[in-house]
Design a protein. Structure first.
Ligand code: C2O
Ligand code: CU
Length: 495
């Protein structure tokens, strides 16, 4: 049985348990733990978790409010942002696979918004698509309610006027722990972002509607790590902490930029990739560096090296040098000083298998392109701009039969690259330029590089109407966004 079907069965089982056939109540006496089979969730350092208002260990119930919020990013004037719960990044939403999650959301912005739970294979009704969900008006509320079907590192973010609202800080991390999660000496989470601030007053600089900001996507002049400015003399510098020798830690990483992709590298430790967008890998792998694109995630297992004094997480970013040559430069996102000593039992990873890739699968093509129409940059999928400006309508690109493997070859012929995201589904990356690649694991976002093809394999097992789009906000909001339909019936409601 593969992971997909296991997840589906677990979900079905849970939903059934909510109905008439309630699961047998655990027999307890006063003072006993109600659910002794469930160990408490491990702490994930780096972001403040949302307080869980519901005492039921299988329900996470939280309040979330979006509103303007000023953050001291640099010395001098505080920067006006839009944040969730006055935190930047937003608070950590923390659950266990199979939990019901209820989010009481209130919009205290002066504009409409919706929240998308990026990577969660939930009902399309709860997915935060502005086509399905009427955007939440200023002052209005909406309750998101769903069961989390998969474990992994995910994130949530605005899906409305994303160019501006995402740049303004409407995002947060979402961690779903495995039922039998491996135990580490510590878990940490890092969210990478960039932001473009005016040098005169530290405010977010104006948004362009043409030129390189649209062509390639808006890139900042400051790099952020968990909301701290890490580059420049006046920044806060990297996230810092101490890590004992002998530690075995799990580091989760989310990239929340509008457009910037970069390399990730860990120095001073033996580090292995243990998880991608869709959860744990069947087999961890070590690499000098990995590439991460907007929307993607990685988890690393990190063991400080015997002769190292610090463990450093770096972003490898393309920048211009003083001669205007494009060069790659390292920026430290996080620095752990090695201090003290500990003994950590080997983490026990749950057994994971991925859906077979050696299957007969029909081939589909999605051509990502763009051009200038009437002086406006317009991005297209298979020649059609699907979402432009304010329109809350997406072209229906294709209809898929559920649970039938499909190969999709995405190609980019104009813009530099397109980190392409499919809502509500996972896929595997098979090929680039027609050649097999080693990019293991389940993904919900694949970076399609310029003048390249990338072939993915998806099973489309989650019914409903789903958005597919480039995760560069400037591309999706200027046309590179559509819907696909999986099956005929809508997905089950969140609960
Ligand atoms: Cu992370 Cu449609 O988005
Ligand atoms: Cu794009």
């Amino acid at each position: 049985m593969n992971r997909y079907t296991m997840g589906a069965f677990a979900l079905v089982g849970f939903l059934m348990g909510c109905g008439s056939e309630a699961p047998p109540a655990p027999s307890t006496t006063v003072g006993e733990v109600v659910h002794p089979e469930l160990p408490p969730l491990p702490e994930v350092s780096g972001l403040t978790p949302m307080p869980d208002l519901n005492p039921d260990p299988h329900i996470v119930e939280v309040d979330l409010v979006a509103r303007p919020h000023a953050v001291q990013l640099l010395p001098g004037q505080a920067t006006q942002l839009f944040n969730y719960n006055d935190q930047f990044p937003g608070p950590l939403l923390h659950a266990r696979v199979g939990d019901r999650v209820i989010i009481h959301f209130r919009n205290d912005l002066a504009e409409e918004t919706v929240i998308h739970w990026h990577g969660l294979r939930i009902s399309d009704q709860m997915d935060g698509s502005p086509v399905i969900q009427t955007p939440v008006q200023p002052g209005a509320s909406f309750t998101y309610d769903f069961v989390v079907p998969d474990a992994g590192t995910f994130w949530y973010h605005t899906h409305y006027h994303q160019i501006q609202q995402l740049e303004y800080g409407l995002y947060g991390a979402l961690v779903v722990h495995e039922r039998d999660f491996p135990v580490f000496s510590a878990e940490r989470i890092f969210v990478g972002d960039d932001i473009r601030l005016r040098t005169t007053n530290n405010q977010i600089s104006a948004f362009q509607t043409s030129g390189p900001d649209i062509g390639g996507g808006r890139v900042g002049n400051r790099l952020l790590s968990n909301g701290r400015v890490i580059n420049g003399e006046d920044g806060d510098g990297p996230v810092t902490f101490t890590i004992p020798r002998g530690a075995i830690e799990r580091w989760r990483f989310v990239l929340a930029t509008n457009a910037l992709s970069y390399g990730l590298r860990i120095r001073g430790a033996d580090a292995r990739v243990i998880s991608t967008d869709g959860g744990l890998l069947p087999e961890a792998f070590a690499l000098e560096r990995v590439e991460i694109a907007p929307g993607q995630r990685y988890d690393f297992e990190v063991r400080p090296q015997a002769d190292a004094t610090e463990v450093v997480l770096e972003a490898l970013v393309l920048v211009l040098d003083e001669n205007d040559n494009v060069v790659e430069a390292p920026f430290v996102l996080a620095r752990g000083t090695i201090e003290g000593e500990t003994v950590t039992p080997e983490p026990v990873y749950p057994k994971v298998s991925l859906p077979a890739t050696s299957v007969e699968a029909a081939g589909h093509e999605w051509k990502l392109s763009g051009g200038v129409v009437d002086g406006q940059v317009q991005f297209t999928i298979n020649g059609v701009p699907s979402y432009v400006g304010e329109g809350h309508e997406h072209v229906l690109l294709e209809t898929f039969e559920p649970n039938v493997p499909v190969k999709i070859t995405l190609s980019s012929n104009v813009s530099p690259r397109h980190p392409f995201h499919i809502h509500g589904q996972f896929f595997q990356i098979l090929e680039r330029g027609g050649k097999p690649v080693f990019e293991p694991g389940l993904r919900d976002t694949v970076e399609v590089r310029g003048n390249e093809t990338a072939t993915i394999l998806s099973y489309f097992e989650n019914h409903g109407r789903w958005m597919v789009h480039c995760h560069i906000s400037e591309h999706s909001e200027n046309g590179m966004m559509a819907d696909v339909q999986v099956g005929t019936q809508a997905a089950g409601h969140g609960h």
